[in-house]
Design a protein around this ligand. Structure first.
Ligand code: GAR
Length: 205
């Protein structure tokens, strides 16, 4: 049975697309090691949802502003994700912090991709922060989500050299090229080998 993956998104969904493409029949004619079984979002009308719909994958959307409390949004998100019985939940450009209920349900099988080499530059503006700091090397990180902001144990990283003429956009695009490769490789490995977390150390297998 392939690993059941639910992906949460907020934007263009190129990481989602990479996961979809890598598990498609062209790559695995006899069946992929994982399957994206649903895509959830915190906002409607985004390209990531359109990508899921074009691929025939179930989608759901919960806007924080539609709920009286953040905790109610978190509970609804948890219920929708749980309905798809995921083995793994991937935050792929999901621009909301999940809450306690979500973490209690999916902690240990919830991963997030971030466009910086953690622990540098947590938060929403990592490529801009890296450029402003003047680092010569940045990159991307896939980590197991904990209660902090981009602080969880690290599953995978890839480095990207900063060019002298980089803008936030050109740097982020090069990071995303590496990020897609990193994410797909790690999800394939999780599907085949699983992983365990001991303290801050993550081991496949
Ligand atoms: C990715 O670079 C992801 O790491 C970043 O948003 C981009 C989404 O791209 N996420 C964050 O910055 C979260 N802190 P995509 O929608 O094309 O996959």
């Amino acid at each position: 049975m392939p690993l059941r993956v639910v992906v949460l998104v907020s934007g263009s969904g190129t990481n989602l697309q990479a996961l979809l493409d890598a598990a498609g029949p062209a790559a695995y004619p006899d069946g992929a090691p994982y399957a994206v079984v649903a895509v959830g979002a915190d906002r409607p009308g985004i390209e990531a949802l359109a990508r899921a719909e074009r691929a025939g994958i179930s989608t759901f959307t919960h806007r924080v502003s539609d709920f009286a409390h953040r905790a109610a949004w978190d509970a609804a998100l948890t219920e929708s994700v749980a309905g798809f019985e995921p083995d793994l939940v991937v935050l792929a450009g999901f621009l909301k912090l999940v809450g306690d209920t979500f973490l209690a349900s999916f902690g240990g099988r919830l991963v997030n991709t971030h466009p910086a080499l953690s622990p540098a530059f947590p938060g929403m503006h990592a490529p801009a922060d890296a450029l402003a700091y003047g680092v010569k090397v940045t990159g991307c990180t896939l980590f197991v989500v904990d209660a902090g902001v981009d602080t969880g144990p690290i599953l995978a990283q890839a480095a990207v050299v900063v060019q002298e003429d980089d803008t936030v956009e050109t740097l982020h695009e090069r990071i995303k090229t590496e990020e897609r490769r990193m994410l797909v490789g790690a999800v394939e490995r999780i599907a085949r080998e699983g992983f365990s977390v001991e303290g801050r150390t993550v081991r496949f297998g």
